[in-house]
Design a binder for this molecule. Structure first.
Ligand code: ADP
Length: 318
């Protein structure tokens, strides 16, 4: 465990042995992890894994059945003028449709002693300065996401908690938000962004916290994730597959036929296969290493938990 710095709490989020039950549904199950400043942390899991519930508990919108969630060393409810410390994007649909974009932010700013000028700065930063007087009801999902981000950034907070921030954005918007998240992290902020899509996070996050059925599955850097979970396999072409197959079997490896005359050896390295082939005098026409895509690795990791949460989701509807 990291040492506590009670006197000068560094920006961070601590989820400590948290469980959240809704009736018989266990949405979050003995979950423990920390979110550190200075990097973008992707909070990944299939739908129903417990990401939103966890984020709601970080923001004091839901209370843990067990355990505690601390932001900068204290529960959210004990943070004064919270917008100055924590910015959140939860449900971009949950805004007053009749309100104008700028007015929406002014209400938030004034209740947290944030100067009005900051509202215009943030609308500009998220690319909404031309629509500040338009009613939010007419906004696209992407525009609502941008407005939600402007709200999250209003108080210049050290901690950002963003639920599916890439949702509803077009490719240009996605590029833009990636750059924004990176800049916020480089400033030394805590940036936690959830997603149910690995490919979204692969180019956005530096670190991953992966959950399934409310439990922690992995807490790793992006680099570590691809090295550890992106299983390698060797694909090759040869005129003497029987001989090579026998020699590989003696080394505990399996040669399997693929389409188009290709052969595959799971969980192997090309150097090793090349050496065996050379020793046996087996000619190789092709020899290549393939890695599972990060999405494949993520799906494999969460496959069992997805089945469980689908069932849990049905229970929750009763
Ligand atoms: P995610 O954000 O990863 O998609 P959620 O946190 O929304 O997952 O949901 C986790 C589980 O908790 C799901 O099974 C969901 O149906 C259930 N759940 C979430 N909120 C409630 C609630 N207010 N009442 C009952 N069940 C809930």
């Amino acid at each position: 465990m990291a040492t506590e710095k009670e006197s000068l709490p560094q920006a961070r989020i601590d989820v400590r042995d948290v469980t959240k039950r809704y009736g018989s549904t266990v949405a979050v199950n003995q979950l423990t992890f920390q979110v550190e400043p200075g990097r973008v942390t992707g909070f990944l899991g299939p739908n129903g894994a417990g990401k939103t519930t966890t984020m709601r508990m970080m923001l004091g919108l839901d209370r843990p059945s067990d355990g505690e969630v601390l932001i900068n060393g204290r529960p959210y409810a004990r943070i004064e003028e919270p917008l100055r410390h924590v910015g959140a994007l939860l449900d971009p649909a949950a805004v007053h449709p009749g309100r104008r974009a700028r007015d929406q932010l002014l209400v938030l700013a004034r209740s947290n002693r944030i100067p009005d000028v900051r509202v215009d700065e943030m609308l500009d930063r998220v690319g909404l300065s031309s629509v500040t007087k338009r009613r939010i009801g007419g906004f696209s999902l992407g525009m609502r996401q941008r407005l939600g981000l402007a709200a999250a950034l209003l108080g210049d907070p050290q901690v950002l908690i963003l639920d599916e921030p890439l949702n509803g954005l077009d490719p240009e918007g996605i590029q833009w938000i990636r750059k924004l998240l990176r800049e916020l992290a480089e400033d030394g902020r805590v940036v936690l962004a959830s997603s149910h899509l690995m490919n979204e996070m692969a180019v956005t996050a530096d670190h991953l916290v992966i959950i399934g059925r409310g439990r922690l599955l992995a807490d790793v850097s992006m680099t570590e994730f691809s090295a550890r979970y992106g299983r390698g396999r060797v694909r090759l072409r040869t005129t003497r597959p029987e001989r090579l197959g026998k020699a590989l079997a003696a080394e505990g490896l399996t040669l399997t036929a693929m389409n188009g005359g290709m052969w595959e050896v799971p969980e192997a390295q090309p150097d090793h296969i090349g050496a065996v082939a050379a020793r046996e005098g087996v000619p190789l026409q092709e020899l290549e290493l393939y890695r599972d895509s990060l999405e494949e690795a993520f799906l494999r990791m969460t496959a069992r938990s997805a089945e469980f949460t689908a069932a849990a989701g049905r229970e929750a509807l009763i």
